[in-house]
Design a protein. Sequence first.
Length: 292
Amino acid sequence: MPYFFARPSAVLCALPTKHYGKMLYSTQRQAHDIVRQSVERLWHPFILGPHGADLKACRFRENLAEICTPGNTFTCQVNGLPGGRRVLEDFFATLIAGFDIVQVNVESAPFTSLQPRDTRNYSGFYVLRHSRPFMGWMPAPTSLRLPAADPAMGTPPSKGCEAVCNEEGEEVAGYRYPTTAQGESATVKFASSNVLPTLNPSTLVVPFSTYVEAIVGSGRLSHLVLRSPVMELLGCCEGCPEQVRQCLQSKEALNMFSTLCRAGVKPENITTKTLLSASKQHEVWAASLGLF
């Protein structure tokens, strides 16, 4: 075919393909933004203002109902512990029992491709302030000071990024320990106030990573994997008492702590002595309370 016949045909064939590519990218970009907003809203209740150690005061359950799929269709995993919404509630109830989440930074990988993992993986860090007694650990100006060589103080571990795998075996992004500069420049993009908290020995910067699956169109989360080494970092703080450190290293003790909080026991009344003694007789303790 002569050149002057072939060229218009090639141009006409290329136009629909280019237009389709733009439409597909726009759809993927919109899906990415919607899911990211849902991830940000997961943290939103904790940075709106003072709420104490009560999840009800910050309307956390109502917030989950708005961003997650209803009923048992939502599943999650928090630091390797599988379950539903209650697992998330226990994690945050344990945190706010003694600490305020004063700052959050949610990050995602640069959106440069149309790979599904670009809309599923989010990482970042949050800032804790020791505001209330926690298992008998009293707040102090330097209670959350970490040793200078600790990764959270700017020296990353040998494995800067730990891999996480979803149910299909795909590798997803792990958390990275934030540097001091990152912590100082962190912003709360969805907070009501633009005033940044001053990072000092009474605050702790904690990294996290999330892997999410959402319903197309609505952005409601159907599955979430949250990983954060908060208990390990709290145990590394110079002001952390030895008995509290033992409780932070015990899954049974942490489970009992969150269960007692859910049962209405005030966190300040839960002591390490109770948790450590009960964790040695976990089955007897659980059966006697009838909580499991």
